[in-house]
Design a protein around this ligand. Structure first.
Ligand SMILES: NC(=O)c1ccc[n+]([C@@H]2O[C@H](COP(=O)([O-])OP(=O)(O)OC[C@H]3O[C@@H](n4cnc5c(N)ncnc54)[C@H](O)[C@@H]3O)[C@@H](O)[C@H]2O)c1
Length: 366
């Protein structure tokens, strides 16, 4: 018996999450929240035979709205999939040639103000309501969640991204050895950059300089060297990695929700467990998500890997208080291509910087 709340439930990803979540026997009440009433109510109707359904139409940017929903429904698990302007909407609103350059030269890091602004308000609303239950925060979890943690409003985890990579690796290894996926074990430590790379114009050496940590076991035999020794493996992985497949992110959200509701301690690859800056194996305990590291791989090794990947996403560092410094290369590209110059982003400046960045993007719209 559990209440799950999905903020942004009429969105591309939120809809898929709602559709998958309602089939979980543990979920007896589904609270669907969105400003888009027609789409969200339609979804609630479709789900109503399996769980008590509570559609909530509200503008989450209204002062106190987020806190009100949390205080009223006290969800056991909340999914934060609402965003005033999604990344894809932004990408589709500007000339393709400029966006291609921005995406490649500046990377996603310098867009942080826009990806972080709403999640800050969201987590502050959660805190103001007494911090009920667990929160899965989906907006660029590998970077946004550590910043939220530095600000004292850490979500429980993210979802998607490296979880999609882990699943794709498992399916590919299963195909290679003609085995059911349940007999394949993947140990992966990775970052958003590694997922971005899969559909980028970057060449393989870019990835190989800052490779994800990966071991594959087939029926308990370590087959990593055989897999990685195959020159076709990484190119094939790039082809198979799911891009713009919201259902992939949604199944990952539902998997993590079920793990948290059951509290069964099962180890699973999680994006940003305990608001960490990357994806790794973890188990959910009374202390939240606790990482389960691969053999001979320490937390210092994890941090070094994530730091290198973060830089490739345009982020030089995330300080303990949540202050983010961008790489000179990424900031230089943003200044040149969009006229947005932000070398360092302090938590207190995020909303103001987000408004400024949006204006810069609008200025290059046709
Ligand atoms: N981690 C991952 O793998 C992954 C993958 C895809 C998307 N995402 C993230 O998921 C989030 C949603 O992405 P999407 O593509 O579904 O976006 P979307 O624009 O389709 O959905 C956003 C939803 O938020 C709602 N919303 C916007 N402003 C609102 C307001 N003021 N009040 C109430 N509701 C409001 C919209 O109506 C919409 O239904 C984004 O943060 C995106 O970055 C994460």
């Amino acid at each position: 018996m559990a209440t799950v709340a999905i903020f942004g439930s009429a969105g591309v990803v939120g809809l898929e999450i709602a559709r998958t979540m309602v089939f979980q026997p543990e979920v007896t009440r589904l609270v669907l929240i969105d400003i888009n009433e027609a789409k969200m109510r339609q979804e609630a109707n479709d789900c109503a035979m399996l769980a008590e359904n509570v559609p909530v139409v509200t503008d989450l940017t209204r002062d106190g709205a987020i806190e009100e929903v949390f205080a009223k429904y006290k969800p056991d698990v909340t999914v934060q999939a609402a965003i005033p302007i999604s990344w894809y909407t932004l990408a589709n609103s500007v000339p393709k040639d400029i966006w291609k350059r921005v995406n490649f030269e500046a990377r996603i890091g310098p867009f942080l103000p826009l990806l972080l602004s709403f999640p800050i308000k969201f987590m502050e609303g959660w805190k103001a309501a007494g911090s009920p239950g667990e929160v899965i925060q989906l907006s660029l979890p590998d970077i946004v969640n550590p910043v939220l943690s530095g600000m004292g409003v850490a979500p429980s985890c993210g979802s998607g991204n490296t979880e999609n990579l882990c699943s794709t690796l498992r399916m590919m290894v299963a195909d290679k050895f003609a085995c059911p996926t349940r007999e394949i074990d993947i140990k992966l430590v990775a970052h958003h950059y590694h997922c971005w790379f899969m559909h980028s114009p970057s060449e393989l050496p870019d990835l190989q300089q800052r490779m994800f940590h990966f071991r594959a076991f087939c029926r308990s035999y370590d087959v990593t060297d055989e897999v990685m020794g195959d020159a076709d493996f990484l190119p094939a992985l790039r082809k198979r990695y799911p891009y713009q497949r919201p259902r992939f992110a949604a199944t990952s959200v539902v998997k993590n929700t079920v793990r948290m509701l059951r509290g069964d301690g099962v180890v699973t690859h999680v994006s940003s467990p305990g608001a960490r800056g990357g994806g790794m194996d973890a188990r959910f305990t009374s202390d939240g998500w606790v990482p389960v590291l691969p053999q001979d791989f320490s937390m210092d090794d994890v941090e070094a890997l994530l730091q290198s990947a973060r830089e490739a996403d345009g982020i030089a560092s995330i300080a303990a208080d949540g202050t983010v410094t961008f790489t000179p290369k990424a900031n230089g590209a943003m200044a040149e291509l969009l006229g947005f110059d932000c070398k360092v982003l302090e938590p207190s400046q995020v909303h103001e910087r987000a408004a400024e960045l949006l204006e810069c993007i609008k200025s290059i719209r046709p």
